[in-house]
Design a binder for this molecule. Structure first.
Ligand SMILES: Cc1cc2nc3c(=O)[nH]c(=O)nc-3n(C[C@H](O)[C@H](O)[C@H](O)COP(=O)(O)OP(=O)(O)OC[C@H]3O[C@@H](n4cnc5c(N)ncnc54)[C@H](O)[C@@H]3O)c2cc1C
Length: 267
């Protein structure tokens, strides 16, 4: 039986300087080129590596986003994914992570059976790292986050992963179906193939709205259903330039440092 993988991928602005609309408190996307989120490229690459090993693997990429997110989905198809689905609807706009994971969980259920769901650890714009774990919770499947190494047994009922911690690693064996979140150390994503690009531009990508997903815009998705309320957002003021203290000896430098710290009432 085919091994079915769903990869959750997000289209994100190609910038490290995220701007927030002061009125709506949402991300400003106008005029910023969009790309496939970095960790999600790692998630897709690992799925593709499984497909390289077991050609009966079927990979579906899901994204929730505006209609232009189809371009990113075509990129995923050109890398080697089998299918792509866009969850898109005005009713989904303004979703926080809770609402986003509701929409993605509904999309996963609509795709049907799955053995493995791969997400990135974190999106470079929203940056919360919450969506993958929330998705697993809502689908009632086990999860491992921060996956840095991956191996799968031939019967594909169990997966062994190495999970990065702040001060070490965990080696975890997990039963499928399960959800994993990828980090950049996991692999180096492949490029799109020429044949893949040729095929991907001709592919019809289905778009599912709230009705097709079976989600309630008042209670499950969208801005109104989102429990996160952005109270205030701001860019931190850059700190001033550092000061280099010079002197004739270490003692001289240390004395000057003490004088400077005392002058600032730091000591
Ligand atoms: C009040 C509020 C309003 C917001 N309004 C908007 C808005 O109008 N438009 C908007 O785009 N964002 C909006 N956001 C941001 C939005 O909630 C988050 O971008 C989104 O929920 C995903 O969270 P994240 O980016 O932190 O993802 P993370 O949790 O950091 O992502 C982890 C992984 O989950 C998967 N993932 C995350 N999001 C998606 C997705 N959309 N599709 C597929 N996979 C995904 C990816 O694999 C990703 O690597 C809003 C946030 C808040 C708090």
């Amino acid at each position: 039986m085919a091994f079915k993988i769903i990869v959750c991928a997000k289209q994100v602005p190609d910038t490290n300087e995220i701007k927030i609309d002061p009125v709506t408190k949402t991300l400003v996307r106008e005029g910023v080129p969009s790309i496939l989120n970095h960790d999600d490229a790692n998630a897709l690459e690992e799925a593709l590596k499984i497909k390289d090993m077991y050609p009966d693997t079927h990979i579906t990429v899901i994204t929730m986003g505006p209609p232009q997110a189809k371009n990113m989905l075509r990129e995923c198809l050109a890398m080697g994914a089998d299918d792509a689905v866009l969850a898109s609807d005005r009713a989904l706009g303004g979703s926080d992570t809770w609402a986003t994971s509701n929409a993605l969980a509904a999309a996963c259920r609509k795709v049907g059976e799955y053995d493995l769901i791969f997400a990135g650890r974190q999106a470079i714009d929203g940056d919360t790292a919450q969506v993958g774990p929330q998705l697993a919770e809502k689908l009632g499947i086990p999860q491992v986050t921060y996956v840095t190494e991956f191996s799968i047994e031939d019967d594909r009922t169990h997966i062994t992963v190495k999970r990065a911690l702040e001060d070490g690693y965990e080696l975890i064996k997990i039963k499928t179906p399960c959800m994993l979140t990828a980090i950049k150390e996991l692999n180096s994503p492949r490029y799109m193939s020429i044949g893949g690009i040729y095929d991907a531009v001709r592919r019809d990508i289905p778009s599912w709205g709230a009705a097709e997903l079976g989600v309630d815009p008042d209670k499950e998705v969208g801005l109104l259903a989102s429990p996160t309320n952005v109270y205030r957002s701001f860019t931190p003021v850059p700190k001033g330039k550092g000061v280099t203290i010079e002197g004739e000896s270490d003692k001289d430098i240390a004395d000057k440092l003490i004088i400077a710290l005392k002058a600032k009432h730091a000591i």
